[in-house]
Design a protein around this ligand. Structure first.
Ligand code: SF4
Length: 418
């Protein structure tokens, strides 16, 4: 850990970082527990300690609870045989271990799995597991929908309902790990990497995302290395700076364009935090990491929009001063979008230019396309509070009607000219 980070307490080699207000809220939960059960899933180590101290118990109970929940997948206090019967009964009365409900789990022909998870109020989120040689990456959602409106993203078109709680975020990892029956730490675990790259902008749900990531990395939690936990952001500059004060997970940015004019259209938040400011924030973030890191630059390639060779040269020039690797993501079509995926030749040309400029460049293979789990396709079920979904559905229908009319008049013209 960098010495710049917020001071931490440790119970293992893992890092426990916490805001004071997290502990206060844990204490508040205990106070409220008369009427409502406290959900212990999603509490950081420090919050659990505060919880047990408030109950008049020893701090080490937090250690026991975390092992039961995250190493052994316990869902009820009755299973916790190294905890006294009286404490188990007390916990059953005031607390619970509650993950959100799984509505469905689909498995793609390529082994990708997608869960649709219900989070109340008629809202659903999506979580995707992508198996690869030697690792398994879980793409986790942070919000129900997204308040930002990136033009190439299915989530953005759904509008926004609310932030997910820390329990709902870590619950996605818990559900996935349990579905593989591999909660135990070690070489055989299924989820080796987590990317905060599902539905939502994680930095707009800062506290809950940081708490959940701490549990992912905690040895008493999922014990995943900080290099294998990646937060992907559309580029919220102040929050990137704030993140650097709390943690040093890997950072990815959704860049998608080498110039502001185009990025303003693709990633509207660029109007507030233009590219130059974003790259400066990335370098500041790297400076807070104690070890050598690079930023992952994500670039969705859209046919005729940002996939030209000129753009590849501009991108190579732009990133000269940023330690980074580049991940090219061929656009994955979805119903509300008219964008097209580029040809394989265009993708190869773009990559080649960057590789020749010595950038480590990968092209993300489309996975889980048959179950709508590919990158940019996550839609869930969002009770939209922004009316954006309605607007997009309407404009998509109008566009489709216009296209049908155009086609009909073309056919009529051809028939007349025969
Ligand atoms: S790309 Fe990310 S930030 Fe942009 S709309 Fe989609 S979920 Fe939100």
């Amino acid at each position: 850990m960098s010495e710049n980070k917020i001071p931490v307490s440790t119970t293992s080699d893992a890092v426990h970082q916490v805001d004071n207000h997290e502990v206060e809220s844990a204490v508040r939960w205990v106070d409220q527990s008369q009427s409502e059960k406290v959900n212990l899933l999603g509490m950081t180590y420090d919050q659990l300690e505060a919880f047990f101290v408030r109950l008049g118990e020893k701090k080490f109970r937090a250690n026991q609870l975390m092992k039961w929940i995250y190493h052994l997948g316990a869902e009820s206090f009755d299973e916790m045989t190294n905890i006294s019967k009286s404490l188990r009964q007390k916990l059953t009365q005031i607390a619970e271990i509650r993950a959100p409900d799984v509505v469905s789990m689909k498995t793609s022909v390529d082994g990708t799995r997608k869960w649709i998870i219900q989070v109340g109020g008629g809202n659903c989120i999506e979580t995707v597991f992508i198996p690869e040689d030697g690792r398994g990456t879980l793409c986790v959602s942070s919000q129900v929908g997204c308040s930002l409106d990136c033009s190439f993203c299915a989530t953005g078109k759904q509008g926004f309902n609310r932030d997910l709680t820390a329990a709902e975020i870590i619950g996605q990892v818990w559900i996935a790990a349990k579905s593989f029956d591999s909660l135990r730490q070690g070489a055989d675990r299924a989820v080796t990497n987590v990317v905060m790259m599902g539905m939502g902008e994680p930095l707009l749900n800062f506290d809950n995302v940081v708490s959940a990531m701490n549990i992912m990395m905690d040895d008493l939690g999922f014990g995943i290395s900080k290099r294998r936990v990646t937060l992907s952001t559309s580029g919220l500059v102040p929050q990137i700076d704030r993140l650097g004060q709390y943690t040093d997970v890997s950072l990815a940015i959704s860049l998608h364009a080498p110039v502001d004019d185009l990025r303003d259209q693709l990633v509207p938040v660029n109007r507030k935090y233009p590219i130059k400011q974003l790259l400066a924030a990335c370098n500041r973030y790297l400076a807070t990491c104690a070890d050598k890191r690079v930023i992952t630059v994500e670039y969705t390639l859209i046919a005729g929009v940002n996939d030209g060779t000129e753009m590849a040269y501009q991108l190579a020039d732009l990133l000269t001063d940023l330690p980074c690797k580049i991940n090219l993501i061929p656009f994955n079509p979805f119903p509300e979008s008219d964008y097209q995926r580029p040809s394989n030749n265009a993708i190869a040309r773009f990559k080649d230019i960057l590789s020749k400029r010595k950038y480590t460049t990968t092209v993300r293979t489309t996975r889980g396309d048959d179950i709508d789990a590919a990158c940019g396709q996550l839609a869930g079920g969002v009770k939209d509070r922004t009316r954006r979904k309605q607007r997009y559905t309407l404009s998509h229908e109008l566009r489709r009607e216009a296209q049908e009319q155009e086609l009909e008049s073309k056919i009529a013209g051809m028939i007349r000219n025969k």
